[in-house]
Ligand binder design. Structure first.
Ligand code: ZN
Length: 75
């Protein structure tokens, strides 16, 4: 089956994504997934307790999600 730009293809997490790019030799494709993916977890200052001195400021984790991430997949 030949793939082409615009076709539906599964992203690495199993969502329905769309092929947006195909390498010339057809062995690598780029798929853009409209679903949210966890990008990274960062530590941020917890501003709900900002009254404390800076050094004692509690840190909390914030998860960063991105939509429309493009994955390169070897096929
Ligand atoms: Zn996905």
């Amino acid at each position: 089956m030949e793939l082409k730009v615009g076709d539906t293809y599964e992203c690495p997490e199993g969502h329905k994504a769309k092929i947006v790019w195909i390498r010339e030799d057809g062995k690598v494709i780029g798929v853009r997934c409209p679903r949210q993916h966890l990008s990274k977890v960062v530590k941020v200052a917890d501003h709900t307790k900002a009254a404390l001195p800076y050094r004692q400021n509690p840190r909390k984790e914030r998860k960063i999600y991105v939509e429309n991430m493009v994955f390169l997949i070897k096929i």
